[in-house]
Unconditional design. Structure first.
Length: 203
């Protein structure tokens, strides 16, 4: 998993509440088990018309936001069915941080497992950042995970809270497999002892 330390770039404003996982990545794109290639279908039904042409008014289709790395959204982001493809699609598009007043629990957890930082802020603070994000490419945000701070385009700095364990995993690029591999020595020692004690199990 890619480490998350400091992120600087454009933030795309999505002033919608209750954006569910089917809106993030519709069900017809869930057949793949690959984490790559889903970015083009992120928010598919909002980005494209029935003929597959881009809807020019959708935020990620506007020139200023095509390379957005932050998404600022309304409350209860990521609600609906559990699908890890949702953070996969965000990540593949290039978005590594989502800022919202609240997140659905499963989506929130899946973000951390896939290298995306979900930041929870008070609704009025999110609204203020969203207004700044509406300035497009002229509005650059910096998210400093170590310092737990967002530097906004107007120079203000906003602190955010994060679970220390989750923070450590992101800073070090550790998903569940990476966390297990931290104990590789202890696992090897156990296997050696168990192999000597119960060799028939290892035949």
């Amino acid at each position: 998993m890619r480490k998350f330390t400091t992120l600087t770039g454009v933030a795309a404003p999505l002033p919608m509440m209750n954006v569910d996982t089917d809106m993030i990545i519709p069900k017809q794109f869930l057949k793949t088990i690959l984490r790559s290639g889903l970015g083009k279908n992120l928010f598919d039904e909002m980005r494209y018309d029935s003929q597959g042409a881009e809807k020019p008014d959708f935020v990620l289709n506007r020139p200023a936001y095509r390379k957005a790395v932050v998404l600022i959204a309304g409350g209860n982001f990521g609600c609906g069915s559990s699908r890890e493809h949702a953070p996969w699609a965000l990540m593949d598009f290039g978005i590594r941080c989502v800022i919202a007043p609240s997140f659905a629990d499963i989506f929130h957890n899946n973000c951390f497992k896939n290298g995306i930082l979900p930041v929870v802020l008070a609704p009025d603070t999110v609204d203020r950042l969203m207004r700044m994000a509406e300035n497009g490419a002229n509005a650059t945000f910096t998210i400093d995970l170590e310092g737990q701070e967002i530097s906004a385009p107007d120079g203000t700095r906003v602190k955010f809270e994060i679970d220390p364990y989750r923070k450590d995993c992101l800073l070090n690029g550790l998903d569940d497999i990476g966390l297990t591999e931290r104990h590789r020595g202890a696992i090897a020692s156990f296997e050696a002892r168990d192999r000597a004690r119960q060799p028939w199990l290892w035949a």
